[in-house]
Design a protein around this ligand. Structure first.
Ligand SMILES: Cc1cc2nc3c(=O)[nH]c(=O)nc-3n(C[C@H](O)[C@H](O)[C@H](O)COP(=O)(O)OP(=O)(O)OC[C@H]3O[C@@H](n4cnc5c(N)ncnc54)[C@H](O)[C@@H]3O)c2cc1C
Length: 454
């Protein structure tokens, strides 16, 4: 007889662990099993420590302005130890004509920035008069239409910093559904933003969040809660006698509810029989090159910088890690984490560690006064690759939603489905958990969980 559980989650990354947390926080006696292919939880989230340095293979932080992630931190007690780097006090830089220029943090600072010409600044207001175009567009097409082409290097930097992607290929409807909705509703992005600004909390900038032991501390905390079976890659799922059967190489499991908490391409592999519009979507891989310098390095104060493609830099950008989160390097040293590769330069990841370190150092020292070579260096090549929500993606999302409606007890979340950031994962996990809890009783009435007998 297959082992039976009320709920089976496939994947113990941030998404799977967050769904399990939200479910169990509400209904502690739910019978949940997580099947994880790896020997560790966390997927793309993984921290690195060596010789007093603390760096990240994957994500470096998330903003503290999302209700679901705030709830998760509060409920786990992680909010008491979270480290915060507020956007209000940390400037960000963009590489512009071969030097680092501070990004304007406020609309008034926009007037003085050398990043746009006077005409370019005036053209931003063109947004007020441009009718929303309904058809799907790339991020680049959309931004140029609304704000003028001078804005494109800044858009490129922003997209590089989030997707490691190509703004000419990513779909605006997939990447910024909120902004698109605002634009369509108010007739212009600026009009929509002005209306929103009048609301509560307006003008307060969020803070980047991490933890004393790095991002992995979030995972190790969440992973203590549920029952996780490691070394259990799921090979197929199917419906049998009104329940889901989940097959790993060695076992078959049954559950009335199955949650695929997987990156898009992994989920598509398991759902291939349901005629998805595409079999895979493109992804972008990046490597982090962690470099330690003595404190003679004059790293400007701030978060870090990003480089648009037209600057022809080797690194996509770098995080000034010890400014953001002090204590991530030994006394008297600073840590920079440069990012390389991405959608446009996967070939750079073929280079040896030595070559990467040397090319990154050459690149950085043209932008930042670094009087001596790094005293510490490590290349972190994570397993995770960032799903690219490119043109055509909204059709895939529609397919996923209709599948969830059609197939009873199937829920899909995870890397790329409804965004790519950690906040997106925790928010979608909360939505999935709420949907399941509503079904089995919800928060208000004591849940009536039907035990599964076979
Ligand atoms: C290099 C990099 C940098 C990033 N930087 C940031 C950042 O700074 N800020 C931010 O907000 N976000 C960032 N992200 C995104 C963030 O890491 C993701 O949003 C998040 O980790 C996705 O979690 P997930 O659980 O959905 O997917 P994953 O982390 O991919 O986890 C999926 C899990 O499922 C398991 N799995 C896969 N297939 C199977 C199977 N068939 N059976 C069983 N188990 C399976 C995997 O082993 C893995 O443990 C970054 C991502 C990367 C790759």
């Amino acid at each position: 007889m297959p082992e039976t559980h009320e709920i089976i989650i496939v994947g113990a990354g941030l998404s799977g662990l967050s769904v399990a947390h939200f479910l169990r926080h509400n209904t502690p006696d739910l019978d949940i099993l997580i099947l994880e292919q790896d020997d560790r939880p966390g997927g793309a989230v993984r921290s690195f420590t060596d010789q007093g340095y603390l760096a990240e293979w994957g994500p470096h932080g998330f903003l503290d302005n999302n209700p679901a992630s705030r709830a998760l931190l509060r409920e786990t007690g992680l909010d008491r130890i979270a480290q915060k780097a507020p956007l209000g006090s940390f400037v960000r830089f963009v590489c512009h004509d071969g030097r680092l220029v501070q990004l304007p943090q406020k609309p008034t600072a926009l007037l003085a920035t050398p990043l746009l010409s006077p005409l370019g600044k005036l053209r931003l207001l063109g947004d007020l008069f441009k009718k929303p175009r309904i058809e799907e567009q790339s991020v680049g097409q959309w931004a140029a239409y609304r704000f003028g082409s001078e804005i494109l290097p800044l858009v490129d930097a922003a997209i590089t910093g989030t997707f490691a992607g190509d703004y000419e290929r990513l779909s605006i409807d997939a990447v910024m559904p909120g902004v698109r909705a605002l634009e369509k509703e108010a007739g212009s992005v600026l009009k929509g933003l002005l209306k929103k600004k009048k609301g509560a909390g307006a003008g307060i900038l969020p803070a980047m969040t991490s933890f004393p032991l790095g991002m992995e501390q979030l995972i190790t905390t969440l992973a203590t809660e549920p029952n996780i079976l490691y070394h259990s890659p799921v090979r197929s799922i199917g419906r049998e006698n009104n329940a889901w059967e989940i097959h790993t190489e060695a076992e078959t499991y049954r559950a009335t509810t199955v949650i695929l908490a997987l990156p898009v391409n992994r989920a598509l592999g398991l759902l291939a029989d349901h005629a998805p519009p595409v079999t895979t979507i493109p992804t972008a891989r990046i490597a982090t090159v962690a470099l330690g310098f003595t404190d003679k390095a004059q790293v400007p104060f701030g978060f870090g910088y990003l480089a648009p493609e037209r600057e022809n830099r080797f690194a996509m950008g770098a995080l000034f890690s010890t400014h953001m989160f002090p204590g991530r390097a030994p006394q008297g040293s600073v840590l920079l984490e440069a990012l390389v590769g991405g959608r446009r330069h996967p070939e750079r990841l073929e280079l040896s560690d030595e070559e990467l370190i040397s090319r990154i150092y050459d690149d950085l020292k043209q932008l930042i006064p670094l009087p001596a070579p790094p005293c510490f260096s490590r290349v972190l090549r994570g397993d995770g690759s960032i799903p690219q929500l490119e043109m055509g993606y909204p059709a895939l999302l529609n397919w996923k939603e209709s599948l969830e409606q059609r197939l009873d007890g199937l829920h899909i979340c995870g890397f790329g489905w409804e965004g790519i950031g950690m906040n997106d994962m925790m928010q979608t996990a909360k939505t999935v958990a709420d949907r399941i809890l509503l079904r089995v009783g919800g928060e208000r009435h004591k849940p009536e969980i039907k035990p599964v007998y076979f």
